[in-house]
Design a protein around this ligand. Structure first.
Ligand SMILES: Cc1cc2nc3c(=O)[nH]c(=O)nc-3n(C[C@H](O)[C@H](O)[C@H](O)COP(=O)(O)OP(=O)(O)OC[C@H]3O[C@@H](n4cnc5c(N)ncnc54)[C@H](O)[C@@H]3O)c2cc1C
Length: 462
């Protein structure tokens, strides 16, 4: 056990906890038994942006397999594509093993450096949500360590309440030890990508609408230039893709996969490097670089799915003030609100290095899973910008009044009321959570801030 300063990927709200790195269940039980009033939370690779895997003054169990000398604890059935995997294993490790054998993860977020435990706990989504749903929908069983020390097997058929409370449950139902995940068969390690520049917000919405051709593509996402104003407001670059067939690929080894990290980010960067002017310049180049009319290319998996992973620790580019990631969703028919939000950001001159729009498919059975049918916009914004909290609170209200919500894995800003309004099944989930953890062992900084753990379970003199 060692006291350690921890933050999320946004590097904003640092707190200190007793950090224990272990993949051993008896060691985990020991930490549980010795935990104090501030309880315990699991941590994967720390890629959630806010404080989901932090626990100020309490214990944090870091469950990762990076550098494990025994190799990765994952067994892939090449006939069925079912992967039996330890929660500590990252999608990066899985892909290195599975792609050359013709299998891809069913859902990947924008980084492959997340653990299976983190992917289930946040019920992560990818560019294919409208097509395949989120990660939890491809999980057929979860092995969970409860607060009592008991290890249980959860499946969507045998114990649906506990299974779906754990999917999207932000680590607050127990420690995910293992899972069985259905993988996607692929013929090649490349992606056939169509890229198209869209001149304004209306063109973007039309191209991505649910009754158009967008449904024919497994992967679809649009980068938005948030600083464009006037007739160009909401302009973007739409990329859509599908795994390339063997015939699409010219190389001899159609399943070759070599995701090398390229450049490291500098270890020190001044605050304000990514500002309105540098981002405006970047946006202009990025927009102009995209083809004026639809263009087809063959890209590698890292190029298409994980471009940011090419820069090691790119989160340091925001300087020591860190940054906020803000992700919300509004229902499909509230394009008016989406437009108003984009106008609000662009007229305030809020610069986002990465503003991404995606149309999501229907919600799954998890009460706390973020995706629901609608439009989700994700923004990176440097922390410390004057007036930012007030601006975001205004946007929060626009989102919530429209029946939308915010993504907890990204959050470091919203209020407990916003979560209550955005997640109408919160009480039902808390009821199940309390049954799984009657003494309120599992707690995180995020859970305390947003009131995700019942007040009656405040432990000792917390
Ligand atoms: C560049 C980048 C791009 C991203 N793109 C996307 C995206 O496209 N879609 C998306 O959905 N998300 C995205 N994310 C967010 C990321 O996928 C999630 O935050 C994910 O949960 C991180 O996994 P992790 O292993 O780093 O977990 P952590 O960040 O360490 O923890 C996240 C949550 O999982 C819980 N947890 C972790 N391990 C376990 C376990 N073994 N048992 C129980 N609970 C556990 C933690 O308690 C915490 O609540 C992105 C993040 C980054 C940095």
């Amino acid at each position: 056990m060692a006291l350690q300063r921890l933050s999320g990927w946004g590097r904003t709200a640092w707190t200190v906890a007793d950090l224990v790195h272990t993949n051993d269940v008896s060691e985990m039980k020991q930490v549980i038994n010795q935990s104090g009033a501030r309880g315990v939370i699991a941590r994967g690779l720390g890629r959630s942006y806010g404080a989901a895997s932090q626990n100020a003054g309490g214990s944090v169990l870091e469950i990762t397999a990076e550098g494990d000398p025994h190799g990765i604890d994952a067994l892939l059935d090449s006939t069925t594509g079912v992967l039996d995997v330890a929660s500590s294993v990252s999608l990066d490790s899985i892909l290195r093993m599975s792609v050359p054998r013709g299998w891809f993860v069913p859902v990947t977020p924008g980084t492959r450096f997340v653990t299976v435990g983190g992917a289930i706990a946040s019920d992560v989504h990818g560019k294919n949500h409208h097509f395949d749903g989120s990660f939890g929908q491809h999980v057929s069983s979860i092995t969970l360590l409860l607060a009592s020390g008991e290890v249980v097997e959860l499946t969507p058929r045998l114990n649906p309440e506990w299974f779906w409370a754990t999917v999207g449950g932000m680590g607050l139902t127990g420690i995910i030890l293992r899972a069985r995940v259905s993988m996607l068969p692929i013929e090649s390690s490349r992606v056939r990508v169509e890229t198209e520049r869209l001149t304004n917000f209306d063109a973007v919405c039309e191209a991505m609408s649910s009754d158009g051709a967008d449904n024919d593509y497994r992967y679809s996402v649009c980068w938005i230039d948030l600083l464009a104003t006037g007739p160009s407001m909401g302009r973007g670059v739409l990329t859509r893709g599908e795994h390339a067939s063997a015939a699409d690929v010219k190389d001899d080894d159609v399943l070759a996969y070599d995701p090398r990290l390229k450049v490291p980010a500098p270890s020190w960067v001044p605050n304000g490097l990514l500002n309105k002017w540098s981002i405006k310049a970047f946006n202009e180049v990025w927009y102009r670089k995209a083809p004026g009319s639809r263009h087809v290319s063959i890209e590698s998996i890292p190029q298409f799915f994980h471009p940011l992973d090419g820069v090691h620790q790119w989160n340091r580019l925001y300087g020591n003030q860190g940054f906020i990631q803000y992700q919300f969703i509004v229902p499909l028919d509230r394009i008016d609100v989406l437009r108003a939000v984009i106008e609000t950001f662009s007229s305030a001159g809020v610069a986002s290095f990465l503003a991404v729009l995606k149309r999501m498919g229907p919600q799954n059975l998890s009460p706390m899973s973020f995706p629901t049918e609608g439009w989700t916009l994700t923004l990176d914004i440097a922390a410390g910008i004057k007036g930012l909290p007030e601006l975001l609170s205004r946007v929060d209200n626009m989102v919530l009044d429209a029946g939308g919500r915010h993504y907890l894995a990204k959050d470091s800003h919203v209020s407990p009321t916003a979560v209550r309004r955005g997640y109408p099944r919160l009480d039902e989930w808390m009821h199940t959570r309390d049954a799984m953890d009657p003494n309120g062992l599992w707690r995180s900084d995020l859970a305390r801030r947003l009131g995700l753990v019942s007040a009656q379970h405040t432990r000792g003199n917390e």
